[in-house]
Design a protein around this ligand. Sequence first.
Ligand code: PLP
Length: 411
Amino acid sequence: MKTPSSSALALSERALGVPSSPTLAITARVKALKAAGRDIIGFGAGEPDFATPSVISEAAIGGLQDGQTRYAPTAGTPEAREAIAHKLVTQNGIDCGADDIVVNNGGKFTVYLALQALLNPGDRVLLPTPAWVSYKPMIELAGGIVEELPTAPGADFKITPAQLAEALTSRPRALILNSPSNPCGTTYTADEIRGLVEVLERSPEVAVIADEIYEQLVYTSDAYRSLASFDSMSERTVTVNGLSKTFAMTGWRIGYACAPGDGGTVVKAMTRLQSQMTSSITSFLMPAIPAALARASEDVHRMREAFAARARLMHGLVARWPGVDCPRPTGAFYVFPDLSALFGRRSAAGTMVTSAMSVASALLDEAGVAVVPGEGFLGCGGNHVRLSFACGEADIREGCARIEAWIEGLA
Ligand code: PLP
């Protein structure tokens, strides 16, 4: 943390304590380097490279042309909330209605509002790690304390029921479960979710935030199972989802939460909080929500198939890197190889490789490839780098070949 200053604009301890998102910083750096003419392959960005399906854009343009330009209901229009509830009932088996839904300015803000609604200062939150970079700062901004549940690459970065049972003895307030996982690219099977649910049933006072934002991007034959689809979990789970990843809509900022429990108290609290912070999402985007959920399934299928092919391609290419271990990606659009076997060696350009951070920085400078160093993801993340395959196959081939050549040059 930086030292507080005594000037009029001295920052609060809260502001000083928040790191900026390393993933967004890398995306911005790659854009700047490319704009300056450098030949960079970007494996950093956590966003699809596809265009938003036109049926969705047209619905938003229609909303604008129809004059939907005034304040909208804070939690979302009835049509948008109804469409989300219908999706969750029919696709995810979650027993909910429109009143159990709140629409927010992106899934990131959804997670933050859920934490603000649930946590008191000092409450502990179980967080399987490696974890998405924003959970820890957001838990801490909400006054909570992170209790890491470390996972290992050999176990596909998944917590076990026994590990969860042990962690629950310390009486945490909440658990965050993110599947498919950013950064790990792995997905809990339906049976694995059931195993965790059986343990959670013994601690009914613990809330669960199930971050299912990549739920449509799964590349196994196993059917995806939402945590809140279990009867015992539906009343105590806040399901987080959004349009960013599934529909190639990262810039639109549309996320949502579903929390049917306790008469919708969490959804109401999130709505109250949002009413004092941002109000509703941009009002003319509301018609895009039913359009995406009801009319873009063919586009989603096309993008999922492309991601599945890229997952296979990238995993196959990473598997060729000498000394590097990488679990098979089964969801989201990331691989998360363990590069620790390279630590202690020197690159052809003279960089001593000591950490994921040093690998990422050398790859950018010496090989022209942007990856995200794993340190920000906690747990064993510091041994890994995250590579996103949300880019074209030609880039995947070229970028992986450059990394392979760089690794082969290590002395
Ligand atoms: N949850 C996870 C695990 C993510 O990776 C992201 C985005 O990177 C989000 C939530 C939030 O997505 P957005 O705010 O773009 O909807």
